[in-house]
Structures are given as C-alpha cells and as structure tokens.
Design a binder for this molecule. Structure first.
Ligand SMILES: NC(=O)C1=CN([C@@H]2O[C@H](COP(=O)(O)OP(=O)(O)OC[C@H]3O[C@@H](n4cnc5c(N)ncnc54)[C@H](OP(=O)(O)O)[C@@H]3O)[C@@H](O)[C@H]2O)C=CC1
Ligand SMILES: O=C(O)[C@@H]1CCC=N1
Length: 267
C-alpha cells in the first residue's frame, strides 16, 4: 500500500515503525523540519520531505498525524492536492464533519491508534462514517491491522470511548510502571534492575491474562494470599482510592476528547 503520513511525530513514528517491520508498504512522510525528516529517513528508511506533494494518487492513503490543533491548517493546504485520495485521521477530538468541510472530501475514516503499534502490538478503533465505501473502510483497517488489532466502531462517539481506554491507556500503564520502578528503587534495587523487574512483571502478568479466559480479578486474587503480603498492598491501594482514581481519570480523558470535538470541530 502507498501511505503518506502528514506529520511524523510520536504516533506516526509508532505506526511507521510497525509498518516497516511488516514490510511491503511504500511509505512517505511530510514533516515540518528537515531535521525531523532526516531522522525519519535514517530510523525507518522512509521517504520524507517538508513539502506536501502537488497531488496524491487515488489509491494512496493519506494519514493525518498532526496534533488536533494543527489539523485545520494542514487540511486546508491538503484539500486541492488530495484528488480524491482516502484520508485517515488519527487525531483525537476532531470530527469527520469538520475534516470533511476542511478537506472538501467525504472519503474520510477516523482511527484511534496507540503507541504499542511500534512493536506490532497496537490496538486501534476504526470509525468509517456512512457513505464511506466498504473498500475504503477495509483499507484504513488494513493499515492499522499491520501494526496490531482493530476494533470497528459503529458510531463516531466510539472514538471518544476508545480514546480513554486504549488510545491514552498506554500512558496509564507507563504511569503505573513509573510508580513501581520508584518502589523498586526505594526497596534498594539499582535503576537497571528496578526497570528489569517491573517490565518483566508487566510482561508476565499481561501474557498470563492474555493466555486465559479467567477474570482479571481472579488472577489478582490468585496472587493475594489471605493474611499475606499482597493483601497489605491492595488494602493500601483501596484505602487510597487508586481504583476509583483510575476510572475517574479515564472518564476525564473521555470528557476531554468530547470537549475537543466541540471546540476544534467548530469552524
Ligand atoms: N501520541 C499518542 O499516543 C497518540 C496520538 N494520537 C493522535 O496522533 C496525532 C499526533 O500526535 P503525536 O504523534 O503525539 O504528536 P507529535 O507532536 O509528536 O506529532 C505531530 C508532528 O506533526 C508535525 N507537524 C506539525 N504541523 C505540520 C505540518 N503542517 N506538516 C507536517 N507536519 C507537521 C509536528 O512537527 P512540530 O513538532 O515541529 O510541530 C510533529 O512532529 C494527534 O492528533 C493525536 O491526537 C492518537 C492516538 C495516540
Ligand atoms: O493525549 C492525546 O491527546 C493523544 C490522544 C490519545 C493519546 N494521545
């Protein structure tokens, strides 16, 4: 597939990394600075330039991967060059109606990816509005399937929902890992060993959860011996409202996605 990324920052690089690992794609990136282009060329072996091409081919997939606040300006520049190419936006918050207005195109699919795409372990939500062909929806899903799993979303609001779980979710996990690394250091481990212990613990726990249908709560209970050590840790988490804080944070994230949808999709 011929895929052009407009914006080659953190999320685009994660998808590009995954696509390059998979192989068989022609990838081009448009970035703002020559320095970033040079970095993308050397890290991923992709084509990169600071100027948008004069025109895109009808079979090309154009991935919008700039910050939501940068999107309108990018779309306005892109509109006369698109020539009907399929556009896939990975931006949080900005709605299809606004993208369609700015691009003068209805061939638009929204995707909410996540950064584990870099190692082929992404999970993405894909929303294709009514009117987008089955083939275009499949092309957008294929790009994301190359870097992980895909969940089809029936409504555009599903993008807000999935953002607060899998889109932003890796940051919640890294936050928890940071806290556990701090704990490991406090317990006396050097930084390298602390990181190794924590990453290994996450890797093992995730592999265990993925390998079974057993409820995650049961897996947790299996570690928690009555009157033992884990029970004491979980009691402190419960007393401090850790679980409630995580749920509330995720709901705030979803609210922010909806709020961005209101403000950034207005004009
Ligand atoms: N990071 C994540 O985990 C996820 C991000 N997303 C979405 O992905 C999008 C990108 O996010 P992220 O990668 O984190 O952001 P970044 O800031 O890392 O990447 C955006 C890139 O686009 C460049 N850029 C800005 N304007 C232009 C332009 N006119 N032409 C070409 N390139 C341009 C920026 O350059 P400069 O820095 O010089 O401005 C920057 O390198 C956002 O819309 C976000 O909502 C979705 C899911 C997860
Ligand atoms: O924080 C953000 O706005 C983006 C969208 C999902 C993950 N990162």
């Amino acid at each position: 597939m011929q895929i052009t990324f407009i914006g080659g920052g953190n999320m685009a690089a994660a998808i590009i990394g995954g696509l390059v690992r998979e192989g068989g794609h022609q990838i081009r990136v448009i970035e703002r600075t020559e320095a970033r282009c040079a970095q993308l060329r050397s890290e991923y072996g992709v084509e990169a330039s600071t100027a948008q091409p004069e025109a895109f081919g009808p079979d090309e997939v154009v991935v919008l991967a700039v910050k939501p606040q940068q999107l309108k300006e990018v779309c306005v520049e892109l509109a006369p060059r698109l020539q009907g190419a399929l556009t896939v936006s990975i931006a949080a918050g900005v709605r299809v109606a606004a993208l369609s207005r700015w691009l003068g195109s209805e061939r638009i699919v929204r995707v909410m990816p996540n950064t584990p795409a870099m190692v082929g372990k992404g999970i993405s939500g894909v929303y294709a509005p009514p009117g987008v062909s089955v083939a275009d929806a499949a092309s957008a899903a294929d790009v994301m399937r190359a870097v992980g799993e895909v969940v089809a979303l029936a409504e555009e609001g599903g993008i807000d929902d999935i953002t607060c779980v899998s889109g932003s979710g890796p940051a919640y996990v890294f936050y928890f890992m940071e806290a556990m690394i701090a704990a490991a250091k406090q317990a006396g481990f050097d930084p390298m060993t602390a990181r190794k212990l924590v990453v290994g613990t996450f890797e093992g726990a995730v592999a265990l959860a993925a390998a079974t249908d057993t409820e995650v709560g049961t897996l947790r209970a299996n570690v928690t011996s009555k009157g033992g050590t884990t029970e004491r840790a979980i009691a402190r988490f419960d007393a401090e409202g850790v679980r409630e804080a995580i749920v509330a944070g995720a709901m705030d994230c979803r609210d922010r996605s909806m709020e961005m949808g209101e403000t950034l999709s207005r004009d």
